[in-house]
Every structure is written in C-alpha cells, then in structure tokens.
Ligand binder design. Structure first.
Ligand SMILES: Nc1ncnc2c1ncn2[C@@H]1O[C@H](COP(=O)(O)OP(=O)(O)OP(=O)(O)O)[C@@H](O)[C@H]1O
Length: 323
C-alpha cells in the first residue's frame, strides 16, 4: 500500500475508500461509496442561493459545518438543516486563501509511535513551504515520507513541535475543523488513483466538490472544467476501468484540483505509470505549478524529483534540503 492511503495510527486493509476518506476528511465514515449526495438538501433546507448569501456574510477563512454525523456508521447529511434543523450553525476555521505567509510552516516537529517497537518517525523537522512552491520529498523506505505526508495533509498530528497551515496552529483545531480545512484546502493524488469503478469519470471528479461542501449545481461545471484542464473532456462519461493508467491518473488529478485546493499532495503519482505517461503527468504538474498551485510530492524516482523546483531528503526522520 502506498503512503498517504494508510491511516496514520493503525494499519487497515487497502481499499478504494482509504484514499477517498483521506480526500473527504470523513475519517471513520462508513458506506461512503453508497452514501446519498450530502449536498442534496432535505425539504425546508436553505436554498443554494441562500447558502451562497450566508457564505458571503461569513468572516473570511471560516466555513459553516458541512457534514454532521448522526451516529457511528451513519451517512453524512448536508448543512445545518435536516435533523439538525434548529441547531445553531457551527462555524469552522478552514484556513485563509489570502494568508500572505507560508502555506506550511513546521517548527521542530516530531512524530513518535510508542510501538512496540517505539519509532521516532519524524525528528525535529523544520520546513517552510511558500505558496507556489513545487517541492519533492525523497528518501529511502521507512525514512518517514508517509508520516510527513500524513502530517501535511492533516491526517496525523505531530507529537511535539508546531505545524502552522496558512498561519493557523493546527494543534488548536478541533477534529471537525481539521476535516473542514483538509476538505477545502488540500488535494490528494495517490499512486493507485483511487477512482470508483462504478461511477463515471465525471462523477468521480464531482465527488471532490461534495467534500468541499458544494452543491451538485456548483460541482458539475467545476468538474468539467478540471477534466478539460487535464485533457480529458472527451472521456467524461467513461468508466475509469476503460481508461489507460495515464488517463486514470489525470482523472485523479482533475478530482484533486477541481475545487481549487491551495496545497496538492502527491504520493508517488507516477509509481504505477510507464515512462511516457510519467513524463506527461510531470508536465501536467509543471503546468499546475506555473498556475500557482503549491505542490508537495513524494517520489522514489530521481528523474521525477528533478522535475520539482525544490527537493528535500528525509533520512531516518530527519529532513535536509537538497541543492
Ligand atoms: N502507525 C504507525 N505505528 C508505528 N510505527 C509506524 C507507524 N507509521 C509509521 N511507522 C514507522 O515510522 C517509520 C517511518 O514510516 P513511514 O511510513 O513514514 O516511512 P516511508 O518513508 O513512507 O516508507 P516507505 O517508502 O516504505 O513507504 C517506519 O519505521 C515505520 O515503521
């Protein structure tokens, strides 16, 4: 199994949903593939126009609660309506796209797993990622790459040290706030694509908008634009199973970028691709980087790492900058 697909604290069977839960920030929510559209508001819920007006009036960098859990294993519901009608709307901090400082700032971050055996997976890591950086993280197996990615993707918390995302100290966020920030600000691309085989290409990409709290009407045009961006507008109604590996990864990238995340995390994005498809995916990353997207990519492939603007090495949990 590849890195960020693994839950941070406990190993689990590889499944399509692992990565999707990471995308969603809906840790522990079961039945995701079959869940009803969470943005389909029940009768009496606020209309899309009302929701947009309310969103405009919120303080910058905050979102209203998008998902509520009714109980263990039950599906997500939309907004503050439905069974929650009458409950006060909950505002969650979800980062600030206009924050002028670094998007990521790690100060003396450690991650300790008590084991047995005990492991210091990250040791005193300092890292600043500026908006628009395109960074590759390289390192041998077991060096801490996936722990770094889980941390940056708000899937795991440092044991000690400080992690600031767009100036917010992540330690001060509640679980719901971390999920909201992840859903709004972070896009994930995995080695093994994590596409739903029973859904069309378009539906797979639209799923990302669900997790960002968008209505169906808002999601479809964004998904079509993203698919156009990755050169797949002629494949929207296809099943992912009928696509080549390179095309599947393009769908996954479209899904990752369709809601305009501020940080794209890529875990061995070319690991399952041949040389030609790898080069084409790297060109796409270059273009996304030139468009201003901040990208952090883990790779074993030196040629792939060379395509990034900046490289860091991780060795036994310690990070060092490469020239
Ligand atoms: N949940 C966990 N519990 C205990 N130890 C863990 C856990 N996750 C990671 N580790 C340990 O932390 C160290 C770093 O693991 P990590 O998965 O981050 O390495 P990696 O560089 O991603 O490796 P690979 O390239 O093989 O995927 C390893 O020694 C690993 O066994």
């Amino acid at each position: 199994m590849s890195r960020a697909e693994r839950p941070a604290a406990e190993p689990a069977a590889a499944s399509e949903l692992d990565g999707l839960e990471a995308l969603a920030g809906l840790d522990g929510l079961n039945g995701l593939a079959d869940a009803e559209d969470p943005s389909a508001a029940p009768p009496g819920a606020e209309t899309p126009a009302e929701a947009r007006r309310a969103a405009r009036e919120r303080p910058r960098g905050w979102v209203s609660r998008v998902f509520a859990r009714r109980g263990a294993g039950e599906r997500a519901v939309g907004g503050a309506a439905g069974d929650d009608a009458g409950a006060p709307e909950q505002l969650l901090r979800a980062g600030d796209p206009d924050f002028a400082g670094p998007i990521v700032q790690l100060d003396d971050v450690t991650r300790f797993f008590p084991g047995p055996p005990p492991v210091n997976a990250l040791r005193g890591v300092n890292l600043t990622v500026e908006r628009g950086d395109y960074l590759a993280i390289v390192g041998p197996s077991g060096s801490g790459k996936s722990t770094m990615l889980n941390t940056l993707g708000l899937l795991d918390r440092p044991s000690t040290g400080r992690f600031q995302f767009e100036g917010i100290d992540v330690a001060s966020l509640s679980d719901d706030e971390r999920s909201a920030l992840r859903g709004r600000a972070v896009g994930f691309v995995f080695q093994s694509f994590h596409l739903m085989p029973t859904r069309s290409v378009l539906e797979n990409v639209m799923l990302a908008g669900t997790y960002a709290g968008l209505t169906r009407d808002e999601r479809e045009p964004l998904a079509r634009t993203a698919l156009d961006r990755v050169g797949l507008s002629h494949r929207v109604e296809f099943s992912p199973n009928t696509l080549s590996g390179g095309e599947r990864q393009r769908v996954a990238i479209a899904r990752a970028v369709c809601t305009s995340p501020r940080l794209l995390l890529a875990d061995e994005p070319t690991g399952n691709l041949d040389r030609e498809n790898s080069a084409s995916i790297m060109r796409l990353f270059d273009e996304l980087g030139q468009d201003g997207l901040t990208i952090v990519m883990i790779t074993h492939d030196a040629a792939v790492a060379d395509s990034a603007q900046r490289r860091v090495r991780i060795n036994d949990g310690e990070l060092s900058e490469l020239s």
